[in-house]
Design a protein around this ligand. Structure first.
Ligand SMILES: [Fe+2]
Ligand SMILES: [Fe+2]
Length: 311
């Protein structure tokens, strides 16, 4: 392929993206676009899978059969999200096995939020409300992402995330309007999950490595700080209905900006958690590796069955 053809392909790709059309797996795409998407979709898939752990540990301890059934369905949905996303990544020329290897070898990341512990039942409510809530704010714009398979996977994921957020909110609302001890438990969960949830939007725009290009290619639509602001503005009235206090003395409406002023999360802590030094990083990875090893016989049996049928 000579230089002129290369330019034409690139121009055609740029025009397609500019026209808000979808890039499909068979289309030519710049190598950096492909690699960047694999990194982002894999990280997203890994987050869904690792994200099952903090909540999964509460399935056996849910306070009623109804709560147990709801949580079981929710955690199962997260496994499904991981599968849709691994499948979307595979259309870019990697295999799910490779991506899972990258995760268990610690060569690809997952969301920092899942390295925090779930200490009480109220944490399950706080995760649904705040963590799934932040995921929705992040992910709704991804339904319009320029890469077709990722955008389509996100449509279904976002519908399920919205159920997740409501179940968490309803759980927390029940506790916040229960006994004083239950209210205190709900407040304590909000106190612990608020800033890690704000950190889910990533580093501030001034430090964000991948943002500018992602926005140019219409993978990302809004910057980290824009999405964080949107999340805070969404949570303030919801916290009022819950009767809980967001743990930020500087949180107030700013009429000039038409938005809330707030204290940003501790970005040094975010950096530490991302690089492996969070409260539960080692535990999450050990659990994931053990589950992967324990499941080896299932993968082998499935492969043997598939090859038998093919023969
Ligand atoms: Fe999910
Ligand atoms: Fe979710």
């Amino acid at each position: 392929m000579d230089g002129i053809d290369e330019l034409t392909r690139e121009e055609r790709f740029d025009a397609l993206v500019a026209a808000e059309e979808k890039v499909e797996p068979a289309d030519w795409m710049p190598e950096a676009y492909r690699k960047g998407l694999i990194r982002q979709i894999a990280q997203h898939a890994h987050s869904e899978i690792i994200g099952m752990q903090p909540e999964g540990s509460w399935i056996t301890r849910a306070p009623s059969l109804k709560r147990k059934a709801i949580l079981l369905a929710k955690v199962q949905d997260e496994a499904g999200h991981g599968l849709y996303l691994y499948a979307a990544a595979e259309t870019l020329g990697v295999t799910r096995d490779e991506l899972v290897d990258h995760l268990v070898q610690g060569r690809q990341k997952y969301s920092s939020i899942f390295n925090y512990p779930t200490l009480t039942w109220a944490d399950i409510g706080a995760i649904g409300w705040l963590v799934d809530g932040a995921a929705i704010v992040n992910q709704v714009p991804l339904c319009r992402c320029s890469y077709g398979p990722y955008a389509r996977a996100m449509v279904r994921i976002c519908k399920e995330e919205s159920f997740h957020q409501r179940q968490g909110y309803e759980l927390l609302h029940t506790l916040a309007h229960g006994t004083p001890a239950q209210h205190a438990m709900a407040q304590d969960a909000l106190d612990r999950w608020w800033y890690p949830s704000l950190a889910m939007f990533g580093p501030p725009d001034t430090d964000s490595v991948h943002s500018a290009r992602s926005i140019q290619w219409k993978i990302k639509r809004f910057s980290n700080d824009e999405l964080r602001q949107r999340f805070v503005d969404m949570c303030v009235p919801q916290a009022e209905v819950l009767g809980l206090r967001i743990p930020d003395d500087n949180l107030r409406w700013n009429p000039d900006r038409g938005a809330h002023d707030f204290t940003p999360p501790d970005y040094d802590e975010l950096k530490r958690v991302i690089t492996g030094d969070g409260p539960c990083n080692a535990e999450r990875m050990a659990h994931r590796r053990a589950a992967h090893d324990d499941g080896a016989w299932v993968r082998e049996a499935a492969a043997a069955y598939a090859s038998k049928r093919a023969a």
